[in-house]
Every structure is written in structure tokens, then in C-alpha cells.
Design a protein around this ligand. Structure first.
Ligand SMILES: [Mg+2]
Length: 293
């Protein structure tokens, strides 16, 4: 859903399967963005990373060539049902296409500790320019174990936590358990830009801004956040390239106000059934936020 106020536009886009309680946190973020003044920024622009879904190695070139920036390439791995060999082939194909790129590997918690270490040995052997391994294992406990294994074997690989950080209490747990070297933050799931700026003050690990399949409006809020944090890690805000169409004509990678193209918005409007389903969802989440039972 796209909201408009005198302040500008905001987006609310919790995933379909998310509960009312969880989606209400996204709504809080969205309404704050709609109503509040923009945060102070440390830099004016960002370079987003390219994201490579868990596709066949033969398709890697055709996806990567859609991205304007290939300084950092994030590759999805450990897709359920895919052999590990497919990951290695995909990584190899991406490196062949963009040999200078920093490589991030995102397993969405799909590996165990042993598989993570095997992957790390292979990456070392192939001299892959790995920036970090994102959420290799599921739990915070496993992440801590893997990280101490990496340290004791002097493997020098950074671990980023993503799925372990869904609520604004989680970053403190990850930080206190020393389960990760970096944390991936998304402005809607964590309840807003302000919440993340406060987290940044309290934790010791750098934050990497990412997105959750948002339109340009949501990505723009992420860009403002990334410009405010200026963490030194390219944010995951280039996902517009994975969309067939978006609601702005061009999304600048700068902390600036943007406006959707109203004709495009009109042509992408949801059908009546979808609209009423989302209106009900909005009502439920609004109630949850302001008068929970
Ligand atoms: Mg991730």
C-alpha cells in the first residue's frame, strides 16, 4: 500500500503470510515515515549492491547485466531442494561476470555449521573476494558457535545476521551473544528509521541496510536510512532491477524526496478483491497498533 501526506509518500508492504502483530510493526514504520521529518544524513548518496537470486549458473549473466552497479554482488545460496554444487557454480559464474566485485553470500539460514565451514574452505581455496556470509545458519546460538569456530581456525570470514534480526529487541541479543560481525537492517520490519538509528547508537556491530521487496517508495526510505548510517557497506537497495515495473520513472540513489508517476500507479492498481483484503489488513493492523486487545 502507498500512503500520501503533505510530507510525501510512504509504503506499507508486509509479506502476505505475516501476522497482524508483525505487520503492525511495519505499519508503525510506514506511518512514521509518512509523518516525520527526514533524518539527518552523513552522505548524500549510496551505491546499492546487486542481488542474484538462486538461479541456474547459465542465467547469471542475464540477471547481473540489468544492474548499474556491480561493486558488490549478493548471491543467494542454500535454496531448499537445490544441490550445494549449484551454489558453487552460481558463485563461480558471478565472479566470471564481475571479477572485481565484493561477494556476499546469503544462505537465509539454510546451512548447518558443518556445511558453512565446508563452504568457507571452498571460498578460501578459490580465493573468492568474500565480504561476508549472511545468515548461514538459523539460530543465534549456531551463529555464535560458527563464529567462534571461524576465529579459532583463523579463517577471517565475517558473518552477518539477517533473519535473526526481525524485531527491534533482536539486535541487542545478537550483539550481546557476539553472534555476528554485521547486522542487516530493514526499516519496515524493525519498526522504523528512528528505531534503527537508536539501535545503531547502542550496538557495536556495523549495520547494513537492506530491503524487503519494496517499491521505489520503500526503497527511498531505505536510501535515506543508509545515507544517515553511512556504515561503509553497500546497502541492498537495488532490488527495483528485479521488478518488471516500478512506480517511479527513476529512483535516484540519493537522500531526496521522490514522487511516483501517477499514471503508472493508476495502471498498477490492485483489483477490487485485493484492495478490500488489504484495507481489512490495514484496519486490523491499525487497531493492533493503537488499541491492542
Ligand atoms: Mg538475507
Amino acid at each position: 500500500m502507498i500512503f500520501e501526506s503533505e510530507n510525501g509518500f510512504s509504503e506499507w508492504s508486509p509479506f502476505l503470510e505475516y501476522s497482524t502483530i508483525e505487520s503492525a510493526r511495519w505499519l508503525k514504520a510506514s506511518l512514521n515515515w509518512l509523518e516525520n521529518t527526514r533524518p539527518k544524513t552523513k552522505t548524500d548518496s549510496i551505491t546499492p549492491n546487486a542481488t542474484l537470486p538462486a538461479i541456474d549458473a547459465s542465467e547469471v549473466g542475464s540477471v547481473l547485466k540489468k544492474y548499474k552497479h556491480l561493486n558488490t554482488v549478493k548471491i543467494k545460496i542454500a535454496e531448499p531442494g537445490q544441490p550445494r554444487q549449484a551454489d558453487l557454480q552460481r558463485i563461480q559464474a558471478a565472479i566470471n561476470f564481475a571479477p572485481e566485485a565484493n561477494i556476499r553470500l546469503d544462505a537465509n539460514g539454510g546451512l548447518d555449521i558443518e556445511q558453512s565451514l565446508e563452504l568457507i574452505y571452498w571460498l578460501k581455496h578459490e580465493s573468492v573476494n568474500l565480504q561476508y556470509l549472511e545468515q548461514p545458519v538459523k539460530t543465534i546460538e549456531e551463529m555464535s558457535k560458527l563464529k567462534s569456530e571461524i576465529e579459532s581456525q583463523q579463517l577471517e570470514v565475517l558473518i552477518a545476521a539477517d533473519e535473526s534480526i526481525r524485531k527491534n529487541t533482536d539486535p541487542f541479543e545478537v550483539d550481546s551473544e557476539q553472534a555476528a560481525d554485521l547486522m542487516v537492517v530493514k526499516w519496515q520490519p524493525l519498526g522504523g528509521i528512528q528505531e534503527i538509528l537508536e539501535i545503531n547508537h547502542k550496538v557495536n556491530t556495523p549495520l547494513v541496510v537492506s530491503s524487503a521487496l519494496e517499491s521505489a517508495i520503500g526503497l527511498n526510505a531505505g536510501i535515506w536510512l543508509a545515507c544517515s548510517l553511512d556504515s561503509g557497506f553497500d546497502p541492498g537497495l537495488g532490488t527495483s532491477s528485479l521488478f518488471v515495473r516500478d512506480i517511479v520513472d527513476e529512483l535516484p540513489m540519493e537522500a531526496v524526496e521522490i514522487s511516483p508517476n501517477r499514471d503508472t500507479m493508476k495502471s498498477l492498481e490492485a483489483d477490487a478483491e485485493t484492495t478490500s483484503r488489504w484495507q481489512q489488513r490495514l484496519t486490523d493492523c491499525y487497531r493492533q497498533l493503537y488499541s491492542p486487545e
